[in-house]
Structures are given as structure tokens and as C-alpha cells.
Design a protein around this ligand. Structure first.
Ligand SMILES: [Fe+2]
Length: 505
């Protein structure tokens, strides 16, 4: 059997195995109640972060920038996040279930122009016609789900965005990238990189290599298998390579890291008892070790090293670097493993819940001995780490993350920080008690090669004035606060991840 056919058979088998039991399961739906959420929102305005959008489209809306942007700052911040949570009196109970809305914030001439569009996935269109949710969801049991042909039939396309080869894609965990028009944000459709790889997972955290090409993975453990698909896409947007590795046992992963030479995958062990949706069926297994797979970029068809390390659950990673045969991986460990299964679950129900930010930990992998160990940093209260990819590959990068500082009305972030592991320095800007601060993307200054010379751009939610906004900070002077801020005349729910596409010079 040729390799491509083998790959196709392996993958389609894994897909069917996964969707079958879930579809056969006829459990009653148990979910949130829109009226209960609305009551909670009146008491806690910050719950606007988890409120359903009021329309399928926002804008284009052009607003003035307060402050001043440098002339060489130009481009569009694209962002994605779950935005459609309710239909027919039924509210999803898991934040990850909401259908994705992609936003574009285009900067130019002292203004910013915002657009938001629901991604028109097969799921979204089918459910709009049906007037109810009728599709298997990641974290909520949905009654009487329709039969699905493949993963893309269930995709919410709600997690992130990326521009590859000038084309814009909405990304999520379990299916294809969905291509969108980069200006109007209209949905073009799922991207098939090669015919035998149709509808396979193309995850939400691709990494760009120094040569401009992109690495990504697809986790077949979400589909009932224990395979890890590794994608390599050229800077021109054409597939270079796709390989499948055996995880050994099902392991959960949401993102990964790279050094100049290696890709590193941290697999979190879990037990799976079919009981409705994927996250309802899953229990992370802290009594077992986590597995780390290291793949050499020059030989992506095999695993170079496999490590067993102390259990850790993390959705997101910072940077990784290699020195003297040791790889250091920096990640956001979630201490409350049970809660990690459904972040901000209380908010989805309209209840006030605790904050559950992650702590920064470092994984040291000795490539000569095959031993791995964790080290703590003592730094907590953060998530969504970003860094400057121009940082030299033999040392830790500065990390930029939303964080908590001082009083906060919401169990969410209200500040942004820079952590410099080399200098042992931290710098912070606090937006205020009532402001919710999201991921801040690092943008390199055009023409500069100096690491960390650039800006941060991050989105904000101001529930007291029911408006969403955006801020730009000089990455070298975060403590000075934003150099530019813009607020829209409307609000939409919190999102997950963004990508900044710089305008051509
Ligand atoms: Fe993520």
C-alpha cells in the first residue's frame, strides 16, 4: 500500500471511530439557560465577555484613535473567538462550543476600522436553518445531533486566525482551516492541503519557522485515535509535507513549541469514557506521566526522542530554546486540572466564578540522556503568552501576557505584562479595575532586527460602557501604557487568539 493511501485509511478510521459512539449516545441535553445567563449578566456586567453576539456581522465601523501611532505601524489585527452560544432556548455550557466570529481591526490614517463576521461553517449555516443546535459539540451534549460526514461538518472555526501565503484562515482544534476573504471576512470554505488529507485536524496554534514556512499539528486523539499529524506548509501556502506519529496512548494537546531544530509536543494523559461530548467524556489523568514527543524538523517522518515527564496540563506555550543538548520549553501550567477541562464554566452559566490563570513553568529536556524535568518560576496569574520570534534561539525570549494586577471586578485579566527571564525583569500596565484585557500580539518594528523592538496590540472589553476596544503599546515601554487606544460603539464577547498582518511597505 502506498504511503498516502495508508495515511488516508489510518486517518479516516480514526475519524469514524470517534464520531460513531458520540452519535449513538442519546443522552438528554443538559446545558445552560439563556434566562439564567441574562439574570447573571445584570448582576455582573463583566459577563458580557461570554454573552452571545447580537448580530452575525459588525461594521465596517471606523473610529478615531486616541493617542498617536508611528508612521510605520500599519496592518490588520485579526482575531477569533466563540460568539454564538444560544439557539432555541438552549445555551452551551462550555466556552469552546460557541461558533466563531472573526474580527479584523485595520489601522490607518489615525483611525481603526473594525469588522466582525460569523464564520459561515456548514454547522453554523445548518443550525441557522434548523433554528436550533443540532451538531455534536466539543463540550456540551446536544440532543439528537445530525449525522456528520467529516470533522468539518462539526467545526465552529472559533479559536484562532492565521495568514499564510497572503490567505486568511480561521482555525480550530478538530478540523480544517476555513479560508476567509482578508478584507470582507466572508467565508470561502475549508482548506484542503492535499486531497487525501481532506477534513483532517489543522490545529489553532501553527508556528512560523525562520524560513517563513509553517508547522502545525492535528491531534487524532480528539477523534478516538492516538495519532499526531504533523503539517509543514510552505510560505507560499502550499503543503510541503504531512506525517503521522503514534502517540503511544491518547494524549491531549492544544498547542506546541519549536526550537530552530525541533518540534516539541507535550501530551497530557486522559481517561475517556463516552458520555456525550468530548470534554464531558474526558478526565485528565494526573496520576500518569505526560509524554513528550520531539521531532527533528529535518526528519519529520519519525520521533527523534520520547520523554516521560511529571504530569502537566497546559493549553499554551511561550517559547522554547536549545543550549548544550538541552531543550527548554516554557509553558502555562494549569494547577486546577479538573477546572482546565472547562475554563470559565461558571461564566457560561451566568454565575460569578473564580479566576483560574496559569503559572509559568519550564520543562528541561536532555536530548542526550532522554530525561526531562520541570522547574517552577514563581510567576503566576497569566495566560496567552506571546513573544518576538526574532529572539536568538539559544536563550529565553521575553514573554508578553495578559495578567492580573490589583483590584478586578472580573475573574479575568485586567493588565498586560512583559517578563524578561534573562534580566529577571517584569514590567506591567494595568488597564483598570473593570477592564478585561485579552491576548496581546507582538508586532516587530518594520526594518528592525533587534529582538523586542516593536509593539504589542491587544483587545479590551469595557463592560461598564458596553464597548470593545484595542490598545497599542511600545513593547520596550509597557509601563508607560498605550501609545494608542480606540473604542468601538459596541461590545462583543471575549475571544481567544489573534494574528497581526502587517501592511505591505
Ligand atoms: Fe489556544
Amino acid at each position: 500500500m502506498d504511503r498516502r493511501r495508508f495515511l488516508r485509511n489510518l486517518l479516516s478510521g480514526a475519524t469514524i471511530a470517534a464520531l460513531g459512539p458520540a452519535l449513538l449516545h442519546g443522552a438528554d441535553a443538559f446545558a445552560g439557560d439563556p434566562a439564567e445567563f441574562a439574570a447573571g449578566l445584570r448582576e455582573h456586567p463583566y459577563l458580557a465577555g461570554w454573552r452571545q453576539v447580537s448580530a452575525e456581522a459588525f461594521g465596517p465601523t471606523t473610529v478615531q484613535i486616541e493617542g498617536r501611532l508611528p508612521a510605520d505601524f500599519a496592518g490588520t489585527l485579526y482575531r477569533n473567538g466563540p460568539a454564538w452560544f444560544e439557539r432555541d432556548g438552549f445555551r452551551y455550557e462550555h466556552w469552546f462550543d460557541g461558533d466563531g466570529m472573526v474580527h479584523g481591526w485595520r489601522f490607518g490614517n489615525g483611525t481603526v476600522t473594525h469588522r466582525g463576521r460569523m464564520v459561515q461553517t456548514p454547522k453554523f449555516k445548518r443550525e441557522r436553518s434548523a433554528g436550533r443546535f443540532n451538531t455534536l459539540a466539543a463540550g456540551t451534549t446536544v440532543a439528537d445531533p445530525v449525522a456528520l460526514r467529516n470533522n468539518d461538518d462539526a467545526s465552529t472555526a472559533n479559536t484562532s486566525v492565521v495568514v499564510i501565503g497572503g490567505r486568511l484562515f480561521a482555525l480550530s482544534e478538530a478540523g480544517s482551516a476555513f479560508e476567509l476573504d482578508p478584507d470582507a471576512l466572508d467565508t470561502i470554505g475549508p482548506r484542503t492541503w492535499r486531497p487525501d488529507l481532506q477534513a483532517l485536524p489543522f490545529s489553532a496554534h501553527p508556528l512560523q519557522d525562520r524560513d517563513g514556512s509553517w508547522w502545525n499539528f492535528g491531534a487524532l486523539s480528539m477523534l478516538g485515535g492516538a495519532g499526531l499529524l504533523v503539517w509543514h506548509i510552505g510560505r507560499d501556502g502550499q503543503l510541503i509535507d504531512a506525517q503521522v506519529h503514534d502517540m503511544g496512548a491518547p494524549g491531549y494537546l492544544h498547542a506546541f513549541v519549536q526550537t530552530d531544530r525541533y518540534l516539541v509536543f507535550l501530551l497530557t494523559p486522559f481517561d475517556y469514557t463516552p458520555a456525550g461530548s468530548f470534554f464531558e467524556s474526558l478526565t485528565f489523568a494526573p496520576q500518569r506521566a505526560s509524554t513528550v514527543l520531539v521531532v527533528d524538523k529535518t526528519a519529520p517522518d519519525r520521533v527523534a526522542r520520547r520523554f516521560e515527564v511529571e504530569f502537566t496540563m497546559a493549553y499554551h506555550f511561550g517559547d522554547a530554546f536549545e543550549r548544550d543538548g538541552e531543550i527548554t520549553v516554557r509553558t502555562m501550567r494549569l494547577a486546577d486540572v479538573a477546572r482546565a477541562r472547562s475554563p470559565h464554566r461558571e461564566a457560561m452559566f451566568g454565575h460569578h466564578g473564580p479566576a483560574a490563570p496559569a503559572e509559568l513553568v519550564e520543562l528541561r529536556l536532555d536530548m542526550r540522556t532522554g530525561r526531562g524535568r520541570w522547574e517552577t518560576t514563581g510567576l503566576g496569574g497569566m495566560e496567552f503568552p506571546m513573544f518576538d520570534a526574532r529572539t536568538p534561539s539559544n536563550r529565553g525570549a521575553r514573554l508578553y501576557t495578559p495578567t492580573n494586577a490589583g483590584d478586578a471586578t472580573a475573574p479575568y485579566f485586567n493588565a498586560v505584562q512583559m517578563i524578561d527571564p534573562v534580566a529577571g525583569r517584569r514590567e506591567l500596565h494595568r488597564y483598570g479595575r473593570d477592564i478585561l484585557a485579552e491576548e496581546h500580539v507582538f508586532i516587530p518594528r518594520p526594518g528592525s532586527t533587534r529582538p523586542d523592538d516593536g509593539w504589542l496590540v491587544g483587545t479590551l472589553l469595557d463592560p461598564t460602557r458596553d464597548r470593545s476596544g484595542i490598545a497599542v503599546l511600545d513593547a520596550q515601554h509597557i509601563g508607560d501604557g498605550p501609545i494608542a487606544t480606540a473604542w468601538l460603539p459596541y461590545a462583543f464577547p471575549l475571544g481567544f487568539h489573534g494574528h497581526f498582518a502587517q501592511a505591505a511597505a
